[in-house]
Design a protein around this ligand. Structure first.
Ligand code: MTE
Length: 319
């Protein structure tokens, strides 16, 4: 959707409603102001100019247009990124020490064309799309984020995975100078995640390079992080430096640390409780601690798209 604005409306006058009232409310407000809207492939999309570096030439997609957005301040101020501390506000405070340029990602393992690709080449080579996805975390909180990125599968294909590539493993940077949280052994660094190959190639799975029309803020996993909308947030590994095709199931950080609490699959499933809390309901960040909770949907609401991947599996066993 393209939002045309009259020349006399400054960007700052239209961004706060997007950030704080949600996209739909913003569109309604824009309509009330007589601001025209036409369909188009390269849309104005959801942007918060002036906070981070704006991304040009974004491609709109139909994903999530109907969802209410979580405000930018919450998306970038309430985070999990243990490399910068275990408190939810630690990453926003501490992640400025991360150097995201130059940055490159090694791709290796079961593939015919292993190699390394720089973030600038990634930004040039793959059209950056905006997709509004829910992110549901295990501690019963959720956000709706206008991510910018591109399908992981389009990057993976370039490295020609072999028929032995059953899984894809991911690793975050290790550098205690830049990531002060790594000076403590709260996790077994590097942070690691993994997907089955068909999950990795699914079109909903993206590598995110931005949010709200800007390059990813450091606390959200700059310059490149995974987003898998039907899985719990911990699968969304941040600041990736290595992607490896593997024949065998890769070890992943939380699963290794507490296998009875965090499974490899980590599919959002209201029917399978975490041992210490229910997974059936969640609170949307930004709505306040005393707001009513929302019912969690199977696969985070993406069942039509992904349930077939798990046909015949006992999802209480493979959680
Ligand atoms: N990636 C790394 N490298 N380190 C982390 O601690 N936390 C995960 C995931 N990716 C984490 C990570 C968890 S538990 C969640 S819920 C999401 O990031 C949070 O993403 P957000 O802060 O962008 O909302």
């Amino acid at each position: 959707m393209l939002i045309k604005k009259p020349a006399d409306i400054r960007p700052s006058e239209i961004t706060d409603p997007v950030a704080y009232a949600g996209r739909r409310a913003f569109l309604q407000a824009a309509a009330a102001l007589g601001v025209g809207m036409v369909a188009g492939p390269a849309a104005a999309l959801v942007k918060v100019p002036g906070k981070g570096e704006a991304m040009a030439g974004l491609v709109d997609t139909p994903y999530g247009d109907e969802l209410e957005l979580t405000g930018y301040e919450h998306v970038t101020g309430y985070n999990n990124f243990y490399e910068f501390g275990t408190g939810k506000d630690d990453p926003a405070r501490n992640a400025h020490t991360l150097q995201t340029r130059p940055w490159s990602i090694v791709v290796d393992g079961e593939c015919e064309a292993p190699g390394e690709i720089g973030i600038e080449d990634i930004l040039k080579a793959f059209p950056q799309e905006e997709r509004i996805y829910r992110l549901r975390c295990v501690e019963a909180w959720a956000m709706v984020v206008p991510w910018v990125g591109f399908p992981l599968g389009s990057l993976l294909g370039r490295f020609k995975p072999t028929s032995k590539a059953n899984y894809v493993a991911f690793e975050t940077l290790v550098d205690p100078q830049q990531m002060p949280g790594q000076r403590r052994a709260v996790l077994d660094w590097p942070y690691r995640e993994g997907l089955r190959m068909d999950e990795a190639m699914h079109p909903l799975t993206i590598l995110a390079t931005g949010l709200y029309g800007e390059l990813l803020p450091n606390q959200n996993g700059a310059p490149l992080r995974l987003v898998v909308p039907w899985k719990y947030g911990f699968k969304s590994i941040k600041s990736i430096v290595r992607i490896s095709f593997s024949q065998t199931l890769p070890e992943t950080t939380w699963w290794k640390l507490a296998p009875h609490e965090y499974g490899f699959y980590a599919n959002v499933n209201p029917g399978v409780d975490h041992p210490r809390w229910s997974q059936a309901r969640h609170r949307l960040i930004g709505e306040g601690l005393f707001s009513s909770k929302h019912s969690t949907q199977m696969f985070n609401g993406y069942a039509d798209e992904v349930a077939d991947l798990y046909r015949g599996m006992d999802l209480a066993k493979f959680y």
